[in-house]
Design a protein around this ligand. Sequence first.
Ligand code: ADP
Length: 417
Amino acid sequence: MTILGCIADDFTGASDLAGLLARSGVQVSLRLGIPETPPKNTAPIEVIALKCRTSPVDDAIQDCMAAFHWLKQAGAERFYWKYCSTFDSTNQGNIGPVAEALMAALKTTQTIYCPAFPENGRSIFMGNLFVGEDLLHESPMKDHPLTPMRDSNLMRLLEAQVTTSVGLANRLTVAKGVEALQEQLHALEKEGVAHVIVDAVADQDLNIIAEACRDMPLITGGSALAMPLPDLYKADGILAEDAPQMVIPETDDAAIVLSGSCSAMTRQQVAAFKPDHPSYQLSPQDLINDGVDQAIAWLKSQDMTTTPMIYATAEPKDVQEAQDQFGTAQAGAMVENAMAQLAKTAFDLGYRRFVVAGGETSGAVAQALGITSVTIGPEITPGVPWVYAEKQGQPFQLALKSGNFGQDDFFTDALTP
Ligand code: ADP
């Protein structure tokens, strides 16, 4: 029976949330997209990953409500709407409109908004969101291609997205503790404030907020605020002490690294892994000339015990050259299709541990392997858990890393028992 139902607006964000919830040891299941079949044998915590961060508002609401109904059918009475810790959204939405739709369905008059993730440098003070020491609108997020964040004030950002009033529970209240925060929320509710931004600058603040708000039918935020919830539910007796725990299935050892991310951190990780493992570089130029067959032949010729790496990871000037030559979308799609085919080949060859770098690359690999749901295992690094899936009765495991996550030795760390 599911206790907590979570809806996330993108894939790697969902896996980040699921990983933090699984730190409690409770079984967490992650569904990729809205499940096609009704819920059966669901986990105590279910996360549905959607791809609706920048969809048109009506589409985002429709997807989120479909996810909500599935989770409700699974037994959930408490819900978590997860978005990015940098509040990535446009003036139209989708954070506010989805929250309002969920509130209406739950007949609840108030929810909170707390994207803070202190461990990753995201904090909120007096309603303003900081990335490290910079205000959001002075951070690199100001230039994001899809959701440029040009204001750091969460109240102003949210006001543009919702139909009723927005308020603030500031750090001074949070620092006073659980009761003071609950009183402030009740006072705001009496004034008709439905949407409350809550300040948090440290993990301790998140613990206070989660405890104060644990009985709200809907909580909204980044992934970090959800972390204390499983233990609070256990203390309240909502989640049984003997609730199903994380299960780590036995998988065969053979491992492969597939890297399609070109971020600075991934470039360092590829460079660190390369000297000790056979590697093969894919490029859009080679793919257009020779297709993927050469890479497949290379993969087939490898000794599976050596943990080969196939990477398209390249320096910005090389990526730019390929994008100028083929177009950004086309260059990306060529690499993603090749990674998808290579992942399938690797599975057929018997590889059962996949370390994949890149958000879009992860999506392409997961799709190629026919994965619709995974269970969450232990975290390798904050925000990147091992996830377990099954194909043709064969268990296998994946680490799906978004570009900038992890340290230099991430690939080796992930694969070292
Ligand atoms: P990240 O998480 O770092 O953003 P993604 O996988 O989401 O990584 O995005 C990287 C994109 O860049 C993918 O679409 C991938 O196919 C594309 N790509 C990878 N290597 C190259 C390359 N050498 N030239 C052009 N595009 C590339």
